[in-house]
Design a protein around this ligand. Structure first.
Ligand SMILES: NC(=O)C1=CN([C@@H]2O[C@H](COP(=O)(O)OP(=O)(O)OC[C@H]3O[C@@H](n4cnc5c(N)ncnc54)[C@H](O)[C@@H]3O)[C@@H](O)[C@H]2O)C=CC1
Ligand SMILES: O=C(O)[C@H]1O[C@H](OP(=O)(O)OP(=O)(O)OC[C@H]2O[C@@H](n3ccc(=O)[nH]c3=O)[C@H](O)[C@@H]2O)[C@H](O)[C@@H](O)[C@@H]1O
Length: 439
């Protein structure tokens, strides 16, 4: 059992805190957002993350999980302090370290005994040194700074955290290594190691992993675009490629680009890190450029089909950047909406979890409905931007009866081409043949 403080109680902090409580530790989560802490104290999970609620409730009940806005009291008895703070993109694409370094300074003023301070935020190479310097500027008390990047995915966060492929520990402090080994021991299984390395390598591992996955997706998006030109089927190509165990099937799904709070910002930050070190990350540059175009790929198809879209009405299924999350940060749907409304079209949207967040961002620029089929009334086409399960087996007769004409643009390839042929719709997807309604 260890006493742990987690600073920053967002997607990563809350999952980290809850999962460490689940493995028997005493955890206190800190956040500056008073309203969020109030909700957490009232037993409410403020984000949509499947399976988190069960662990959250159990550990609160057993008093292993607490919440506060008071940093000083939270860290007083904690031997281990996690930083799960935002590192949003600055104007130049670099990671904004003000949250992390601000809290590091505060910690320097507050600590009175040895602490292991662990950076879980995604940060550029060299940040551990900056955190160390920020704390040292305030205190002579001994401490260790560890880089322990997080690899969880939203929507699968609890499972990813509880059963990680690997845990990366970047530190050269021997005492901290022992603390980290004990802490993570419950999560380690055969073939899923705890990997120790220096801080810089740990920091770069995180960016390199995200950039590689973003590159893999982007490569497939380009292959899909080429499939459309030469008449190949990206589903077949994907299956054929993925069957090579050196390539693997995962993260080969083409679509309307990668979004979310991490890939776009982390790929940009790695690019900026390169530039800061006079290193030209040309592959990353290409990934960012291709993804920018891919995010509005459906627009090209819509314009090809309709020509002018002024006054047209579009039903949009899916707003979140991927299914099983309410997170809309850098969601491709938002870029598509922007292009549509700038051209005078109307958008009626439905998303199972993301609508409240979009309402806060876009207000009445678009309309919202509580049922996916209500979006279709009098619409000129259905657009699919997120592959939520609830969209995958719809009532096609109802879709056809509500749309002005049976036209579907699918940015996530959620229907099998062989199935859709029988449905009597015009169906355009990514990297596959366009299906015309049978006459
Ligand atoms: N969201 C994800 O799936 C993953 C995120 N990451 C990284 O983890 C870090 C955190 O990301 P998220 O959890 O998504 O961010 P988030 O925005 O959901 O949560 C950050 C939290 O920190 C709080 N905060 C800000 N300043 C604070 C302060 N001075 N003291 C206490 N709390 C403060 C905010 O109020 C917010 O609740 C980022 O570096 C991100 O790149 C890494 C892996 C996965
Ligand atoms: O650093 C982070 O924050 C996290 O970023 C991603 O996780 P996440 O953003 O939650 O979502 P992913 O499932 O990776 O999807 C990211 C984007 O890529 C897209 N994607 C994913 C897979 C695929 O085959 N095709 C594809 O277009 C998704 O639609 C989504 O927009 C990584 O997968 C996590 O390992 C990492 O911890």
């Amino acid at each position: 059992m260890k006493n742990i403080a987690v600073i920053g109680t967002g997607y990563v902090g809350l999952v980290t805190g809850t999962c460490f409580a689940e493995t028997g530790n005493n955890v206190i989560c800190v956040d500056i957002d008073k309203e969020k802490v109030e909700r957490l104290k009232n037993g409410e999970v403020p984000i949509y993350e499947p399976h988190l609620d069960v662990l959250f409730e159990r550990n609160i009940k057993q008093k292993r999980l607490q919440f506060t806005t008071d940093l000083a009291s939270a860290i007083k008895d904690a031997e281990i302090i996690f930083l799960a703070l935002p590192t949003p993109p600055g104007e130049d694409g670099s990671a904004d370290l003000s949250y992390v370094l601000g809290v590091a300074k505060d910690l320097g003023k507050l600590i009175t005994e040895y602490k292991v301070i662990i950076d879980k935020s995604t940060v550029p190479v060299g940040t551990a040194d900056k955190v160390t310097a920020a704390i040292k500027a305030e205190t002579d008390v001994p401490f260790a700074v560890v880089s322990n990047p997080e690899f969880l995915r939203e929507g699968y966060a609890v499972d990813d955290f509880m059963n990680p492929d690997r845990v990366i520990i970047g530190t050269e402090d021997e005492k901290a290594k022992i603390v980290m080994k004990e802490l993570y021991q419950p999560f380690i299984r055969d073939g899923h190691p705890l990997i120790f390395m220096d801080e810089k390598s740990a920091e770069l591992t995180k960016y390199a992993a995200n950039a590689f996955l973003a590159t893999k997706i982007t490569f497939m998006n380009e292959v899909a675009n080429f499939c459309e030109i030469v008449g190949a089927d990206v589903d077949k190509v994907r299956e054929g490629m993925g069957s090579d165990t050196r390539i693997g099937h995962r993260f080969l799904y083409p679509g309307i680009g990668f979004g979310g709070s991490c890939f776009p910002k982390d790929v940009s930050a790695l690019m900026k890190s390169g530039l800061d070190n006079n290193f030209d990350f040309s592959i990353i540059d290409a990934v960012l450029n291709v993804n920018k175009k891919q995010r509005i790929k459906l627009l090209d198809k819509i314009l090809d089909y309709f020509g002018d879209i002024k006054g047209k009405k579009f039903a949009l299924w899916g707003l979140s950047f991927k299914p099983d999350t309410d997170d809309i940060r850098e969601a491709p749907a938002l870029y598509l909406i922007d292009e549509l409304i700038n051209r005078g079209a109307e958008v009626v949207a439905f998303d199972p979890e993301g609508m409240d967040n979009v309402k806060k961002l876009l207000g009445d620029k678009i309309s919202y409905v509580e049922n996916q089929y209500d979006a279709l009334d009098g619409a000129d086409a259905l657009l699919i931007a997120t592959e939520w399960s609830v969209f995958k087996n719809p009532d096609f007769n109802l879709i056809k009866s509500k749309l002005n004409s049976p036209v579907i643009f699918d940015g996530r390839n959620i229907f099998n081409l062989s199935d859709i042929q029988e449905k009597g719709v015009y169906y355009s997807s990514i990297g596959r043949q366009t299906i015309l309604p049978k006459v």
